[in-house]
Write a protein that binds this ligand. Sequence first.
Ligand SMILES: Nc1ncnc2c1ncn2[C@@H]1O[C@H](COP(=O)(O)OP(=O)(O)OP(=O)(O)O)[C@@H](O)[C@H]1O
Ligand SMILES: [Mg+2]
Length: 268
Amino acid sequence: MCKGDFLMSQGQVASESDYILEATNLSKSFGGLKAVDNASIRVDKGCITGLIGPNGAGKSTLFNLLSNFLVADEGKIRFDGEVINGMPPHRIARKGFIRTFQVARVLSRLTVLENMLLATQTQKGENLLSVFLQPYKIKQQERENKEKAIAILESVGLLEKAHDYAGALSGGQRKLLEMARTLMTNPKLILLDEPAAGVNPTLINQICEHIVTWNKQGISFLIIEHNMDVIMSLCNHVWVLAEGSNLADGSPEYIQSNDRVLEAYLGG
Ligand SMILES: Nc1ncnc2c1ncn2[C@@H]1O[C@H](COP(=O)(O)OP(=O)(O)OP(=O)(O)O)[C@@H](O)[C@H]1O
Ligand SMILES: [Mg+2]
């Protein structure tokens, strides 16, 4: 677990296969503004990695680049040993790399269960030919997807809301639904953009417990978060971004006592 950065901290060489995600020298400009400026980041296989930085530091933009929701001007992104630059987000998701958004993107006019089912990949029913040739298989897959969605909803405490409109959920529950939905796609890596923002403290604790549980099941995480208690309690390794560039990275304890990091926050 978390082998790559441990090896590096011991002055040893980590290999590509120790990282589930490795991005080097990414840049993105919006007009004259360099939102991400030559930034690099690594996520150890099996680890929970944090990404912090002051408001406007470029964290969400970096997520957009990593998941190819935005095309990087420069830089290379490698997921699970494969270069994924230019690959559409839905193909990346199929490979096991999925992300959530700073403002949860759930479909308000669909039920909680329908939101879960929308995430399912390799839908045989979407292929017209297979509708005629494999009706039994399609029914079977739909049944399996529904069972899986119900099991996940139950595990996160949203089962009793399964038939409510997603729009009727609280902000925190919507974040939880968006996270739960990522599990429908059998992810290897989940990027979470501020999972605790606007969420009440009780639900934040529950969300943290779910993240730990999913991590123990083998899913790696990269988490943007302003709530330092969440970062410090969850993360094995933390990266700090300021004005689009890498400022520091290391253990939570190292980052917490790093003068440059404290300066970036106080000056921000
Ligand atoms: N689509 C866009 N067009 C123009 N400017 C953008 C766009 N997206 C982000 N920016 C700018 O890029 C910079 C970085 O924004 P970004 O949202 O990545 O920061 P952040 O670190 O996620 O901040 P926060 O902690 O407030 O969410 C900001 O100055 C922002 O205004
Ligand atoms: Mg952001």
